[in-house]
Write a protein that binds this ligand. Structure first.
Ligand SMILES: *[C@@H]1O[C@H](CO)[C@@H](O)[C@H](O)[C@H]1NC(C)=O
Ligand SMILES: *[C@@H]1O[C@H](CO)[C@@H](O)[C@H](O)[C@H]1NC(C)=O
Ligand SMILES: *[C@@H]1O[C@H](CO)[C@@H](O)[C@H](O)[C@H]1NC(C)=O
Ligand SMILES: [Mg+2]
Length: 244
């Protein structure tokens, strides 16, 4: 789709590992989060009972960690009440996800390619652990990911680099041979800060926002020919490594 730096990928040879964000990157979960927030916020009279808009959701909620969202939405509520709201919202999200969650187009072909080429892989997310495990399981990727890194279990969540650095450490992978798939500005910043090129998925967020956050390539989904061009280029270096 759009390259901003092809060089960023060619110099990864031989490619050794790939890190994936979860929400919006392996599945289009954002509409489910939006629906759950909209219904539940309206129920508690947020914004005088006017439903939140998609623009409000995208600017103020999407890609953020729950603690940050909780404080933003309910600065005046007591801690237990707002925490319970967030927990209930996640329960609603999980029940909807079981019926509605779909992989991003081309994901399973990409995962097969990664397995066939013996690359290491981990999922790195700001989502609560129960959500992340459920989404990965619905998508049949529980055996695919070798590790799952949860932002709130690290010292700092995305947009800090900590979760991505933790992923590298668990996989014994180097940032010089690893790239990342992400869909949010906050996640792209985390990946860039951890020293790796990031492929931005323009599933929901505006292209300009992803570009400004530092994505090296933007794709619509995993069927994108720009992505497969890079993979084919890197394939030659992986084959040499396997022979050696
Ligand atoms: C985000 O929240 C702020 C503070 O409530 C609000 O003023 C702003 O309009 C919201 N952004 C959008 C795009 O709705
Ligand atoms: C908040 O929840 C904790 C743990 O459930 C409880 O011990 C505490 O008393 C609660 N605080 C208030 C103000 O309700
Ligand atoms: C996961 O596997 C089950 C059972 O093989 C299958 O019915 C389902 O369609 C798969 N889901 C995805 C997203 O591939
Ligand atoms: Mg995301």
């Amino acid at each position: 789709m759009h390259f901003f730096s092809r060089e960023a990928f060619s110099k990864l040879a031989p490619l050794g590992a790939i890190l994936f964000d979860v929400d919006g990157t392996i599945c289009d979960s954002e509409p489910i989060h939006y629906y759950a927030f909209r219904e539940m916020l309206q129920e508690v009279g947020f914004n005088n009972g006017e439903p939140i808009t998609e623009e409000f959701f995208s600017a103020n909620i999407s890609g953020k960690h729950n603690e940050e969202i909780r404080k933003f939405l309910f600065p005046d509520w007591d801690h237990n009440k707002s925490t319970k709201f967030m927990d209930d919202k996640e329960t609603l999200f999980r029940s909807l996800a079981k019926e509605q969650l779909k992989p991003v187009d081309g994901l399973h072909e990409l995962c097969k390619w990664i397995e066939d080429h013996g690359l290491k892989r981990a999922a790195v997310t700001n989502a609560p652990r129960a959500n992340a495990e459920l989404m990965i399981s619905i998508l049949n990727l529980s055996d695919f990911f070798q590790f799952l890194v949860i932002g709130s279990e690290c010292e700092r969540t995305k947009p800090f680099p900590d979760p991505y650095l933790k992923g590298l450490e668990l996989l014994h992978a180097s940032p010089d041979n690893t790239f990342i798939f992400e869909d949010s500005a906050s996640g792209i910043r985390a990946g860039v800060a951890a020293g790796m090129p990031v492929v931005g998925l323009a599933t929901r967020n505006p292209e300009q926002v992803l570009k400004d956050a530092g994505a090296s390539l933007l794709i619509k989904d995993y069927e994108d020919s720009s992505l497969w061009n890079i993979l084919q280029e890197l394939e030659l270096s992986i084959a040499k490594k396997l022979e050696a």
